[in-house]
Ligand binder design. Structure first.
Ligand code: G6P
Length: 614
């Protein structure tokens, strides 16, 4: 979602901030803006649309200055236009701010401020906050900008990652965080601010991730950290950035999504590397070792997640129930947090999240923690909010994922949850040695098998080219491949805007079959497993109604090859691991279809990479 970048130091801020905004584009946004301090004056420029449009707009403006901040906005309050774009300036022009998150009580604050004579030019909650800070500053005696910010934030309900400039204190930036990430990069006589670390990686390795309620006051040579409600200084905890510039560049690929699809052989092996003993083949999950006794005593595991992570959770449910024989429930975090769920002390809750910042997942974690359950996380982003707020967890080690449509993070999540299921099954003695070693050995072979699938990418592109005029599509799967059908459908709709419905193949007769005609592509995930005969029957039913069938089949399956219109072949594997293989051609299919339709695959319309508002 929205992106923040800030700079204070000796360099020319404008090029650095614009480069930072480009880096943050992957998060999803619909307008952008910049503010620069020059000769005690704050120049603000903002524009609807892409960062390039802002750049063109700024080309004849004064963009000098060594202190500045910039923002990409993903609209929540008020339509995406030039006026509602950030930065926002208070009525008297004393404060300018950029803000990620939502001020939930903004309407009441706006009405209160209106009674005090404040007027507003736009519809955003951020403008209200700028005015509230100004009001605190103007009405109070000996209130400096920092105190005004802290006083205003103490009246705010909601989430924020923000940066504030005050025209009367033009030598500083003030940054604050609550439920919306903010990182401060520490340089020599300079500081960087980012909603993530990507804008600052070539300048510094030393970073402080703000905690909730932290307020950072930055001048060129000082970094003071306080909290919203406490004036005492606290010592910032400096961490080392492990990110490299190469990781956030396309490295010759046309799109990040394609690069990330092709990275999967490596990211999958990174996610199991060091966790499977090369000799004994036993699984070791260091992040869980301290809490393993509680996990083994769990009467139930509840998995909470959103989007693609929720699909990985479904595969986890099948695996853990089948092999570790622990009851599992999978819940959408956005539903779970508002239900009145029954949570017992011997339940274990597992949150899955690529970004580790998804607002609904985070809120659900906080809710279950209050009820005393052990909360585990499977996250990709190291040091993210979910990673920090869970009791223990496993990182997926998929590396930075920039494409909005999640690909390598999904396969890493599925790999990690497979390891977890195997570990629990082994401990509970609910899996035979033979079955266990066969699954582990097959898992080790998955990266090479994915390489084989990737080699057929041009064939997949050719098949995709036949379907560029489709409006609807249906994805079917059974068992472990049902979540793959859901995930394949999600990929297609996210980036190509073709309506795609994922369904359990057995449910087809209860509705979706009514859609089948000669125009409807039906993508059936039909690898050889114990459901195979059943899914062949479903294919026959579609065929009888003249549906266009594309099937993901196991190599050498001549029966299906001759029955369907198009095929994506995947190598033979243990059926419980077939999701890791079967999803790859579906990712490529969605990618090529979207590219052939001229869609912006890395930044699909309306979507955000990290959903930090509910
Ligand atoms: C957004 C992203 C999806 C992702 C979902 C959950 O919608 O576009 O790719 O699956 O959020 O995100 P998380 O970071 O919690 O896995």
């Amino acid at each position: 979602m929205c992106g923040i970048v800030g700079y204070i130091g000796g360099k020319n801020a404008y090029p650095l901030l614009m480069k930072g905004l480009k880096r943050l584009e992957y998060r999803g946004y619909d307008s952008s803006g910049i503010a620069l301090i020059q000769n005690q004056k704050i120049n603000v420029y903002k524009k609807k649309g892409k960062v390039n449009e802002l750049k063109v707009y700024c080309s004849d403006k004064d963009v000098s200055g060594n202190i500045g901040m910039a923002h990409t906005r993903w609209a929540t309050h008020g339509e995406p236009n030039d006026i509602n774009a950030h930065p926002h300036t208070s009525m008297k022009g004393l404060f300018t701010i950029i803000h990620n998150g939502i001020i939930e009580n903004y309407d009441k604050l706006r009405r209160d401020l209106a009674l005090k004579g404040y007027t507003f030019y736009g519809q955003t909650d951020t403008e209200v906050l700028a005015n509230l800070i100004e009001y605190m500053y103007v009405k109070g005696e000996s209130v400096n900008a920092e105190l005004a910010v802290r006083m205003a934030l103490s009246r705010v309900i909601g989430a924020y990652g923000l940066v504030v400039m005050c025209s009367e204190e033009p030598d500083r930036l003030i940054a604050a965080r609550k439920s919306s990430p903010l990182a401060i990069g520490i340089g020599q006589g300079e500081f960087f601010i980012g909603s993530d670390a990507t804008p600052m990686i070539e300048y510094t390795r030393n970073v402080v991730y703000l905690n909730d309620n932290d307020v950072a006051i930055l001048s060129r040579n000082s970094f003071t950290l306080k909290t919203v409600d406490n004036d005492e200084e606290i010592t910032p905890e400096i961490q080392q950035l492990e990110l490299s510039v190469g990781e956030i560049e396309k490295n010759g690929y046309d799109h990040f999504m394609l690069k990330e699809i092709f990275e999967q052989p490596k990211t999958i092996s990174d996610s199991f590397k060091g966790r499977i003993n090369p000799v004994t083949k036993e699984v070791f999950l260091g992040g869980l070792s301290e809490v393993m006794p509680r996990i083994l005593d769990a009467r139930r595991i509840i998995i909470i997640a959103c989007g693609t992570s929720w699909h990985a959770a479904l595969i986890g449910e099948y695996l853990i129930e089948e092999y570790a024989q622990i009851p599992v429930e999978v819940e959408y975090a956005s539903e779970y947090r508002y239900r009145k769920p029954i949570i017992n002390k011997d339940d274990v809750v597992l949150a899955i999240s690529q970004s580790g910042e998804t607002a609904d997942t985070l809120a659900a974690i906080r809710m279950v923690k209050e009820r005393g359950a052990l909360v585990l996380g499977i996250c990709n982003v190291v040091g993210s909010s979910i990673a920090r707020e869970t009791d223990a967890g496993i990182y997926t080690h998929a590396g930075v994922e920039i494409g909005v449509a999640s690909t390598k993070a999904f396969t890493a999540q599925v790999t990690v949850i497979t390891l977890l299921a195997m570990r629990l099954a082994r401990k509970h003695k609910t899996i035979s040695d033979e079955r266990y070693f066969s699954i582990i050995n097959d898992l080790l072979a998955v990266p090479d098998k994915i390489e084989t699938i990737l080699m057929s990418h041009l064939k997949i592109r050719d098949i995709a080219s036949k379907y560029t005029t489709s409006i609807n599509s249906l994805y079917l799967g059974r068992g472990y491949l049902f979540p793959v059908a859901l995930e394949g459908a999600l990929k297609l709709k996210e980036i190509s805007y073709i309506h795609a419905e994922g369904y359990a193949a057995g449910e087809m007769k209860h509705g979706p079959i009514a859609l089948v005609d000669t125009n409807l592509p039906v993508i059936v995930v039909a690898a050889k497993d114990r459901y195979y005969e059943k899914i062949v029957s479903n294919i026959q039913e579609v065929k009888a109604r003249k549906g266009n069938i594309i099937a993901v089949i196991t190599e050498g399956d001549n029966e299906l090859r001759n029955m369907v219109n198009d095929i994506f072949e995947i190598p033979k594997s243990d059926p419980v691991l077939s999701p890791l293989l079967a999803i790859v051609p579906l990712q490529l299919f969605a990618y090529y279809l979207a590219v052939l339709k001229g869609c912006d695959v890395d930044q699909p319309r309306n979507l955000a990479k990290s959903v930090t508002v509910e």
